[in-house]
Design a protein around this ligand. Structure first.
Ligand SMILES: Nc1ncnc2c1ncn2[C@@H]1O[C@H](COP(=O)(O)OP(=O)(O)O)[C@@H](O)[C@H]1O
Ligand SMILES: [Mg+2]
Length: 254
């Protein structure tokens, strides 16, 4: 019953002579926030692109909620609810914030819907309250009529995450959601992730901000040079001498 939301087994990826991932195994428990940390070049983003279906691994397999998804391309994985946020970056520049959110909600109801159908489809009222709720929760209410290009960095990042959430994901893959944000925007986003997503939808969180990682995570995996160095509770990771030596001691903010 308590099967992992995502079970990655022995994932290997080579780029020419570089072994970007060397038999990486990691299990994302249902409802948990699982952080993936490690220095640049450790293979974190490569692992996310394997999960999202953008990169076919040279070895290993991925099981999502009990189903082997190795044969599925990125679109089919996205339709299963394996959602990587950056894909939504300013997808629809001519639509307002509100319309962008609406599109995610409508697409959630009708997975086969194309963009042309969306513009023909007028029955938006049904989602009006839900959109307002998303705008409120992600502090975007006063930006509802704005186009994405005019948003601040923080607003845009919150819209991306709100859209990902509105599309009805089963699993969220967040690759450095706090990167480039001001301290205030980062703190606000951490709170929003905590109150609106944590515990409901499992998250694989790649993040360099160690305060955020230790605040949000139920479990942490440390990667170095394409391999898993350690995996465990935040307390275990914090206490691990091996992790300290290899990674955490280099972090300014730890
Ligand atoms: N498309 C690519 N082509 C060649 N090498 C790549 C490519 N993507 C990543 N790499 C290499 O794979 C390793 C892991 O990179 P990456 O997954 O981006 O690490 P991280 O996200 O942990 O910083 C690095 O050595 C990187 O240079
Ligand atoms: Mg990366």
């Amino acid at each position: 019953m308590n099967q992992p939301a995502l079970d990655m087994r022995d994932i290997t990826v080579r780029f020419g002579g570089i072994l970007a991932l060397n038999q990486v195994s990691l299990s994302l428990r249902p409802g948990s926030v699982h952080a993936l940390i490690g220095p640049n070049g450790a293979g974190k983003t490569t692992l996310v692109s394997v999960l999202s279906g953008e990169r076919r691994p040279d070895g290993g397999s991925v099981v999502m909620n009990g189903r082997n998804i190795d044969g599925l391309n990125a679109l089919r994985r996205a339709r299963l609810g394996l959602t990587r946020t950056y894909q939504l970056t300013a997808l629809f520049p001519r639509m307002t914030v509100r319309e962008n959110l609406l599109l995610s909600l409508v697409a959630c109801d009708r997975p086969g819907l194309g963009i042309a159908d969306f513009f023909r489809w007028r029955d938006f009222d049904r989602h009006a309250t839900e959109v307002d709720d998303f705008l409120e929760r992600f502090a975007l209410r006063d930006k509802a009529a704005v186009h994405p290009a005019l948003l601040s960095h923080g607003d845009r990042r919150r819209l991306e995450i709100a859209m990902a959430l509105a599309s009805g994901p089963k699993i969220l893959l967040l690759d450095e959601p706090l990167a480039g944000l001001s301290l205030a925007d980062a703190e606000a986003l951490v709170k929003m992730i905590e109150t609106t997503i944590k515990g409901r939808i499992p998250i694989l969180l790649i993040e360099h901000d160690m305060d955020a990682v230790f605040y949000l995570s139920d479990e942490i995996t440390v990667m170095v040079n394409g391999t898993v160095l350690a995996s465990g509770s935040p307390a275990m990771i914090k206490a691990s001498a091996e992790v300290q030596a290899a990674y955490l001691s280099e972090e300014d903010d730890f």
